[in-house]
Write a protein that binds this ligand. Structure first.
Ligand SMILES: [Zn+2]
Ligand SMILES: [Zn+2]
Length: 370
C-alpha cells in the first residue's frame, strides 16, 4: 500500500516535480474515460491517477504520504474520496495542449447521428481605403449544401441506405494507434461509412451518393472599419452544410496593403512624411496638406521646427476594429535644403551670413551665374 501512488503514476520515489507532471499527463491521457467510451474500469483508474498526482504534487502531502503511506492527514484539509483532490491543471487543458482541442481532427465530424459541416476558409483582398472605412462586400465561394434530390440520404429516389457492416451502424470504430505517448486506444470515425453508419448501394443520381453538392454561394459580409491585414472574420453557419447536424463556419481572412502613396499604416496609427523649406522651419508657417484617403489637413509649422520633428494629429488615425477608439496620425517634417536659389535669394542668404558673421565658402562658378 505504501508506495502505491508512485506505482499508479509509474514513477520512482525520487521523481522530480517536473517528471511527475509529465508522468501524470501521460497517464491521465491513457486512462481518460472520454477516450474509452465511459469504461468503468478506466474511470476508476483515472480517479486514482488524479488522486495520486494531487498528493504527490503537493510537497507537504507528499512528505506526509512518504512517511505514513496515506494521504489522510486527519480531519480537515485533504480529504481523499469524491471531489477531494485539487490539481493545478484542468483536464481539458491537457487534451487541448496535446491534441489541439479534441480528437476529431480536421475531417468530417459526427455528432448525434448526423455529420457536422466543415468550416470553410477564404481569403479576400481589400484596398487601403476600404480597410479604413469598412464596407459591405459580397464574397463568393463554393460550399457544400444538402442535396435537394435525396435530401441528404445519398440514396437513389425510392431506395434506402443499408446499415454499415464494419461499424454496425454506430459510425465509430475503436482503433489502437502508436503515438509518442505509447499505444493509445482511440474511438474514431468508421472509414467505410465515414461516420454515417450507413452504406448506400443505389446512389442518388444527382449527388452520386455524396449527400451534399457543391454550390456557388454569394454572401454579403459586413466588414468593420479598421480591419487589418491578416485579420479573420468568422461568419457563423456559412461553412459547409451539415447532414442532420449543424453547418460549419466561414472564416474570411483579409489581405490589405499597409500603405498608399506614402501614407503608411501600422495597426491603428498612420504615418506620413513631408518636406519643408528651411525658411518655413525657421519662421514657421501654415501648410494645407492633401493626404491620400484622408483628404486635407492643415499643418501648423511652428517657428524653429527642427528636421525630423513629428507632429501628431490625435485620433486622426484608423478606427479600432472593436473598441470605440482611434489611432493617431503622425506627420514627420523633414527640412529640404534648396540647391537652386534665385539671385535675390542668394543675396539675402549672404546678408544673413554677414549678420551672423559666417564666412561663406567660395561658390565658384555658381555665384557668377547670378
Ligand atoms: Zn461504418
Ligand atoms: Zn443526392
Amino acid at each position: 500500500m505504501a508506495y502505491e501512488f508512485y506505482e499508479i503514476l509509474e514513477v520512482s520515489c525520487e521523481v522530480s516535480a517536473e517528471e511527475l507532471k509529465r508522468a501524470y499527463r501521460k497517464k491521465a491521457m491513457e486512462v481518460h474515460p472520454d477516450r474509452h467510451g465511459g469504461d468503468k474500469e478506466k474511470e476508476t483508474l483515472f480517479k486514482e491517477v488524479n488522486e495520486a498526482y494531487a498528493t504527490l504534487s503537493d510537497p507537504q502531502k507528499r512528505a506526509h504520504y512518504d512517511r505514513f503511506g496515506t494521504n489522510d492527514m486527519g480531519g480537515g484539509g485533504f480529504g481523499g474520496g469524491q471531489g477531494g483532490f485539487h490539481t493545478d491543471m484542468d483536464f481539458s487543458d491537457i487534451f487541448e495542449s496535446f491534441f489541439g482541442g479534441g480528437f476529431q481532427g480536421g475531417g468530417t465530424r459526427r455528432k448525434s447521428g448526423g455529420v457536422e459541416g466543415e468550416d470553410i476558409e477564404i481569403r479576400i483582398k481589400l484596398d487601403f481605403a476600404e480597410a479604413l472605412s469598412g464596407l459591405k462586400k459580397t464574397v463568393s465561394y463554393n460550399r457544400k449544401v444538402v442535396c435537394t434530390e435525396c435530401t441528404g440520404t445519398g440514396a437513389k429516389k425510392g431506395t434506402e441506405p443499408k446499415e454499415c457492416t464494419q461499424c454496425h451502424g454506430a459510425g465509430q470504430v475503436r482503433r489502437r494507434t502508436q503515438t509518442i505517448f505509447g499505444v493509445m486506444e482511440q474511438t474514431g470515425i468508421c472509414d467505410k461509412c465515414h461516420g454515417t453508419g450507413k452504406i448506400i448501394t443505389d446512389k442518388c443520381t444527382k449527388c452520386h451518393g455524396e449527400r451534399r453538392e457543391i454550390q456557388k454561394t454569394e454572401k454579403e459580409i459586413d466588414i468593420p472599419a479598421g480591419i487589418d491585414d491578416g485579420m479573420t472574420i468568422k461568419v457563423r453557419g456559412e461553412g459547409n452544410d451539415g447532414i442532420e447536424s449543424k453547418a460549419g463556419d466561414l472564416y474570411i481572412t483579409f489581405s490589405i496593403p499597409d500603405s498608399i502613396d506614402s501614407l503608411t499604416r501600422e495597426d491603428t496609427n498612420l504615418f506620413y512624411t513631408i518636406e519643408i523649406d528651411p525658411v518655413e522651419a525657421v519662421l514657421g508657417t501654415k501648410k494645407i496638406l492633401k493626404l491620400p484617403v484622408l483628404g486635407e489637413r492643415t499643418l501648423e509649422i511652428k517657428a524653429g521646427t527642427q528636421h525630423g520633428e513629428v507632429l501628431k494629429f490625435k485620433w486622426d488615425g484608423v478606427k479600432h476594429i472593436s473598441k470605440d477608439q482611434k489611432g493617431d496620425l503622425f506627420i514627420t517634417v523633414n527640412i529640404k535644403i534648396p540647391t537652386h536659389l534665385s539671385k535675390r535669394e542668394r543675396e539675402l542668404y549672404h546678408e544673413i551670413a554677414s549678420e551672423k558673421k559666417i564666412e561663406v565658402a567660395n561658390e565658384g562658378i555658381l555665384s557668377k551665374i547670378f
